[in-house]
Design a protein around this ligand. Structure first.
Ligand code: S3P
Length: 179
């Protein structure tokens, strides 16, 4: 079988809620396929000189989204690699359309219980600085489901290991390319 990385003519982009494992899984997927990895929140940080959370808090969600939209557009410049997006990027209609045109999009979908446990470990997400972060995640999951469902590929992840998710993404992308 031809190597998956040789068959790719566009990046693989991971989308989904905070805590779904986009960055961790993305980094491992990139390593496994020997491809470069970019995390859009880190790229925002490099460009802005502030962390994604600081940009969000200093300038507000609207400016953050504008910057994110421009940055993601620059990231899908034709090169092949793995891109992990911030959880809200794919909810933006312009970004969603662009990513579905220029990338293979993968929705990493985990139950809210798992997202809640993972995101509780670090206080780096402005949207979850609420009285009840789990309820906020539930609301976001509800609001965003139909956007994430527009990704080319839907991969479920749970408490199991990230490596298993990596293998499932590889199989699903190979199948997608065969279609
Ligand atoms: C956001 C997700 C965060 C970050 C920002 C907003 C969102 O990224 O971009 O805090 O709207 O879901 P992660 O999904 O990597 O946590």
């Amino acid at each position: 079988m031809e190597k998956l990385s040789d068959r790719l003519d566009r990046p693989i982009v991971l989308v989904g809620l905070m805590g779904a494992g986009k960055s961790t899984v993305g980094r491992r997927l990139a390593k496994r396929l020997n491809l470069p990895f970019v995390d859009s929140d880190s790229a925002i940080e490099d460009a802005a000189g502030f962390s994604a959370a600081e940009v969000f808090e200093r300038f507000g969600e609207r400016d953050f989204r504008d910057g994110e939209r421009r940055l993601v557009a620059r990231l899908v410049d034709g090169s092949v690699g793995i891109i992990a997006t911030g959880g809200g990027a794919f909810v933006d209609p312009t970004t969603r359309q662009l990513l579905n045109e220029r990338a293979i999009t993968v929705w990493l979908d985990a139950p809210v219980e798992v997202l809640s446990e993972r995101t509780a470990r670090r206080d780096t997400r402005p949207l979850l600085r609420t009285a009840d972060p789990k309820a906020t995640l539930e609301t976001l999951a509800e609001q965003r489901r139909s956007s994430y469902a527009e990704a080319h590929i839907h991969v479920r992840s749970g408490r199991g290991g990230h490596n298993e998710v990596v293998e499932r993404i590889i199989a699903a992308v190979a199948e997608h390319l065969d279609r």
